[in-house]
Design a binder for this molecule. Sequence first.
Ligand SMILES: Nc1ncnc2c1ncn2[C@@H]1O[C@H](COP(=O)(O)OP(=O)(O)OP(=O)(O)O)[C@@H](O)[C@H]1O
Ligand SMILES: [Mg+2]
Length: 309
Amino acid sequence: MIHTLTLNPALDKTVVIQQFQIDTVNRIDSLRLDPGGKGINVSKVIQKMGGTSRATALLGGSTGQLIRKMLEQQGIDVDCIEIDGQTRTNLKIIDPIQKTNTDINEPGSSLSEEQASAVFSHFVKQLRTDDIIVLAGSVPAGVEPDIYARYIEAGKLIGAKVFLDADGDLFARGVQAQPYLLKPNRDELSRFVGHKLESIEEVKAASCMLLAGGIRKIVVSLGGQGALYVTKEVCLYAPALSVPVGSTVGAGDSVVAALALAEERDLPCEEALRLAVATSAANVMCSGTQAADLDQVKTLLPQVRCYPV
Ligand SMILES: Nc1ncnc2c1ncn2[C@@H]1O[C@H](COP(=O)(O)OP(=O)(O)OP(=O)(O)O)[C@@H](O)[C@H]1O
Ligand SMILES: [Mg+2]
């Protein structure tokens, strides 16, 4: 079973405004609401791809209830952990004329150490051997940066495969606990190693260094350049597909979703990488954090090239 965990979810409000300007009144052309937060995005993509997952999320207030309802309507199994306060709303302003994307994100509610421990016990109790656990995104204020490391250690003890997609200290502490799979983008990996990784060779070298510690698989997403899949045995590169861009928000989450499905289906690395690149290209074509249809992924899949580097 695939579990996703979203400790800091959000309602994503995507608005389209022509010629968006600050310090004046702007008029919205269109608006859409999507349940968001990285783990939730992963569950949405898995659902559209014909898979199933259990989405555990901390949800609060009327916004939290709306997110829960929207996910359930999409057929997603939601494990809602109710928290005090209101789940945040993140505003995304798309200006198709000036070709800009402006994000205005609320900080979200904070979580006490005691509440964080209760969530941890509740989540870990549900895990079984061979489960796939996706830990993704930011965490509420008040939560220690070793939180994902604790989940990774608990998951490993049970025999589950833990995927980590995080940034900064959450990433660095998580790496120490050696998850099964790591999905940084180029900037996240660069921040971790302390210098900008420019070439594919540099990204590969940094990934190999991490694998030496015991992580099994590292997939580095390279935005419009594609993705690199590195294990101790192979290093594969797949260029991104050239597609019309609707929104790149959540592109990395769709990579994680495809990798989780590939793991569950025991696909070889090459097929996993090709699926990840096709899935993310299909999702880039959609607006907001709306998940793409499986048919679109199937259409794109034969176009993905993948080769050893
Ligand atoms: N402009 C693009 N055209 C085609 N594919 C793209 C484009 N941008 C991203 N992708 C695909 O999406 C994947 C993930 O993108 P990216 O590296 O930007 O993820 P990310 O930074 O983790 O995103 P996020 O955290 O917002 O979900 C890439 O590996 C690539 O396959
Ligand atoms: Mg990302």
